[in-house]
Ligand binder design. Structure first.
Ligand SMILES: NC(=O)c1ccc[n+]([C@@H]2O[C@H](COP(=O)([O-])OP(=O)(O)OC[C@H]3O[C@@H](n4cnc5c(N)ncnc54)[C@H](OP(=O)(O)O)[C@@H]3O)[C@@H](O)[C@H]2O)c1
Length: 294
């Protein structure tokens, strides 16, 4: 099976490439090898390499910058997936694509269902939602994995930011009124593999949107506290100056250009049923990622 994986240098893409490379022919062009803003170049790349499956992990993920650098966000998050989906539809191959909890309006406390009405609060969320819709209407067979709070032992993410800040700041103030499920890139790669296996073996697979995250919910303040607790328990030697000084603050005390949803809880029943799995909780997955980091 020939698989095109975009965004292979990103958090999720790196793990997907690492996992898939051992059993499939993987094309994972870097930005230097294929600039994804250049849709003509993408089109040429596709017709030249003729993949049997496309896994699109590439995206414009700078949520605040998306508010001002709108063209870039739109190109990567909407035009690119639309174009990939059209290619997949014409060539009768599957597209696996990543989306986000930011497509939901973020109110209430009930976990979102894949069928719930969307309502992004940010331009990033709008462009990601438009990408999802373009895929849906392309006529291709697709899996859209809507995930939340992605992190890994590498890349730009909350875990690594906390470790850096805790080593240098005397105290930290972290938002405690946004709720969701921190999800390691490695888990997302494993889920992608389960879907790809079904595609390769022609097993029953319902085309559509799936939530993909860890079980349970937390807020950023609790997540940070758990990170620092684990650092201390594991006697990591990581410099944590003031793990005890983590103050909980409301979102209003930490204004950002893009508004974040307060409720990013996602119902995971659909993916568990489809893949016949039980997803792990966020705490055990954090431990695994910390072990990898150490
Ligand atoms: N991060 C999160 O918290 C989060 C939460 C929910 C959903 N998601 C979704 O999950 C997916 C993966 O996110 P991630 O955190 O792994 O993203 P990431 O770490 O920011 O990686 C983005 C990837 O896209 C590539 N890329 C961007 N512009 C490009 C261009 N013009 N040409 C070629 N490559 C380009 C980047 O390449 P360079 O390395 O060269 O920049 C990088 O490999 C995305 O669809 C995202 O929307 C993420």
């Amino acid at each position: 099976m020939k698989i095109l994986i975009t965004g292979g240098t990103g958090q999720v893409g790196f793990e997907v490439v690492r996992l898939f490379s051992s059993f499939a022919t993987v094309f994972a062009p870097t930005r230097q090898e294929l600039d994804l803003y250049d849709l003509n170049a993408v089109s040429y790349y596709l017709s030249h390499n003729q993949p049997d499956l496309i896994i699109n992990t590439a995206a414009w993920t700078a949520v605040d910058a998306a508010e001002t650098e709108r063209d870039c966000a739109l190109m990567l998050n909407t035009s690119l997936p639309a174009m990939l989906a059209n290619y997949c539809a014409i060539n009768n191959i599957w597209l696996i694509h990543f989306s986000t909890d930011y497509v939901y309006p973020g109110h209430g406390e009930i976990p979102w269902l894949e069928t719930d009405t969307t309502g992004p609060l940010s331009y990033y969320g709008e462009t990601k939602l438009a990408g999802d819709i373009a895929i849906e209407f392309s006529g291709t067979q697709y899996i859209i994995l809507r995930t939340s709070w992605a992190y890994a032992a590498r890349g730009k993410n909350f875990l690594l930011t906390m470790l850096k800040l805790a080593a240098t700041r005397d105290s930290l103030s972290i938002v405690a009124d946004q709720w969701g499920a921190p999800t390691p890139a490695r888990l997302l790669a494993n889920l992608t593999l389960l879907f790809a296996e079904r595609i390769r073996n022609n097993l029953t697979l319902e085309s559509g949107v799936y939530h993909a995250a860890t079980k349970g919910y937390t807020n950023w303040h609790q997540f940070a506290t758990e990170i620092f607790n684990l650092c201390q328990q594991k006697n990591t030697g990581l410099l944590i100056k003031n793990a005890g000084q983590v103050k909980a603050i409301p979102s209003t005390a930490y204004p950002t250009p893009a508004q974040r949803p307060k409720n990013s809880r996602m119902n995971l029943n659909k993916i568990e049923r489809m893949l016949n799995i039980k997803l792990p909780d966020w705490q055990s997955q954090l431990q695994l990622t910390m072990d990898e980091l150490l």
